[in-house]
Design a protein around this ligand. Structure first.
Ligand SMILES: NC(=O)C1=CN([C@@H]2O[C@H](COP(=O)(O)OP(=O)(O)OC[C@H]3O[C@@H](n4cnc5c(N)ncnc54)[C@H](OP(=O)(O)O)[C@@H]3O)[C@@H](O)[C@H]2O)C=CC1
Ligand SMILES: O=C(O)CCC(=O)C(=O)O
Length: 422
């Protein structure tokens, strides 16, 4: 059975929401916001916590808690994923919802930010239990979500099938409306390109940041923590550009191959084994070792809170791209700054997912389907534009990429509050 994580023995100086607000404050200081505006911007608009009780396959009662935190909607409906994981709690949902507010603003989508989930272990639930859990959760929260209120999407532990159940359950209460949720199966009102969108975007960011550093993806070495939706698609798109992916991992362990892992062959193995360990084209190793390998680029693509101070000191990568949400504690961020290791922040690096969710929502509202070429090319142009805007601002203000990204996002959200009024 895989470990639940966070990393055992880690003593955290702060909680996840506090960490997100720390990053907010670093940028807000440059913006001269009043204390009242700061409070308005960081405080979640609404927090829903519901008991979700289902009958397990064994006949026993299963007790779970579901959360939906709606952080800010000054720029449009709340938007953000649903996570099914044993560590889901109110604080994590707050932190992730807040990150969504800054992410949607940074890539200029007409949305606010939300996040939620259920404290369950999807690896231990049957398909029937997952469906009952999802439907019961939606039964409890259907009145606070919807196409112009709050639009959920996939995150860790949820996928297109879960989104299909959400759409179906929501429609029972509120009438048929596929725009109530994104990340649905393509044949059930979903969008081409959504499943791979986050990884596709991470690979675009890798290409752009390497180009600014006079390097290219071809021949560059990468280690990727997490081989789920985001990690595996990132690996696929990077390897198609000639990257040398020397280590990947999931909750069960890691594999490494300094000559480069054959990603299509690994995918065939994972399709059967459901884990990366056991793949013949790599040596088994640990997640901890993967994070400390001397690679060019390290990509966390699993849980938050992976880098604490100690781990940041041990990292040997030259560049970090945050595909996961919130992988870096502020104490680690300081270490990376001091060591001159640039970090492309989550709200920029993994924004491809919500960008294509936006395209899915637009297609649902238009009752029209866009071809994959249009989706990928529009995702690409939005991400490239946002990346260079952040990079240029960071150089201009002499701040980190994260502070520049938050600066742009806070500017847009506070402007929306000012224009819309309270
Ligand atoms: N899906 C999306 O569109 C987006 C996701 N993100 C973020 O990307 C990250 C990954 O999400 P996603 O790929 O969707 O989730 P998935 O559930 O599809 O995949 C998560 C991956 O992380 C692995 N994992 C879990 N625990 C550990 C651990 N302790 N050490 C190493 N790997 C571990 C899982 O392993 P196993 O399969 O063995 O459990 C799995 O490979 C999250 O931080 C999420 O918030 C950000 C933007 C959009
Ligand atoms: O696609 C979306 O709406 C949100 C995806 C998500 O949860 C995220 O970007 O962290």
């Amino acid at each position: 059975m895989p470990p639940l994580l966070r990393y055992p023995g880690t003593v955290l100086a702060m909680q996840a929401f506090e960490a997100t607000n720390h990053y907010f404050d670093e940028a807000a200081r440059l913006l001269d916001l009043s204390e009242n505006i700061r409070t308005l911007l960081i405080t979640p608009d609404r927090e829903v916590r519901v008991e979700v009780v289902i009958e397990m396959d064994s006949g026993q009662i299963g007790n779970f808690i579901g959360y939906r935190v709606q952080h800010d909607n000054a720029r449009g409906p709340f938007k953000g994923g649903l996570r099914y994981h044993p560590l889901v709690d109110q604080d994590e949902a707050r932190s992730l919802a807040s990150l969504m507010t800054w992410k949607t603003a940074l890539v200029d989508l007409p949305y606010g930010g939300a996040k939620g989930g259920i404290n369950c272990d999807p690896n231990k639930l049957s398909r029937g239990e997952m469906e009952r859990l999802t439907r019961r959760f939606i039964e409890k929260i259907h009145d606070v979500i919807g196409p112009v209120k709050d639009i959920p999407a996939p995150d860790m532990g949820t996928d297109a099938q879960v989104m299909a159940w959400i759409m179906n359950e929501y429609s029972k209460y509120e009438g048929f409306n596929p725009a109530c949720v994104t990340g649905k199966p393509v044949e059930f009102h979903g969008s081409l390109g959504r499943e791979a969108a986050t990884g596709y975007g991470v690979a675009i960011i890798a290409r752009e940041v390497l180009a600014r550093r006079k390097a290219s993806v071809g021949g560059t070495t990468f280690a990727i923590q997490g081989y789920g939706n985001v990690g595996s698609h990132t690996a696929r798109f990077l390897s198609q550009q000639g990257a040398k992916i020397v280590a990947v991992s999931d909750a069960y362990g890691a594999i490494c191959n300094l000559n480069g892992i054959d990603i299509p062959a690994l995918d065939e193995h994972v399709a059967v084994a459901r884990k990366v360990v056991g793949f013949k084209g790599g040596e088994p190793t640990t997640n901890e070792h993967l994070l400390k390998m001397p690679v060019d680029v390290l990509i966390p693509a699993a849980l938050g809170g992976v880098f604490d101070r100690e781990m940041a000191q041990a990292v040997q990568a030259k560049l970090i791209i945050e595909a996961a949400n919130g992988p870096t504690w502020p104490e680690a961020d300081e270490v990376f700054k001091a060591r001159g290791i640039p970090v492309v922040p989550d709200i920029l690096a993994n924004s491809g997912g919500v960008i294509v969710s936006y395209f899915e929502w637009v297609q649902n509202l238009q009752h029209f389907r866009w071809p994959l070429e249009r989706i990928q090319s529009e995702e690409q142009s939005r991400m490239v534009a946002a990346f260079h805007e952040v990079y240029d601002l960071a150089e201009h203000l002499k701040v980190s990429l994260r502070t520049a990204a938050f600066y742009l996002a806070i500017t847009r959200v506070s402007r929306a509050h000012a224009l819309g009024g309270i």
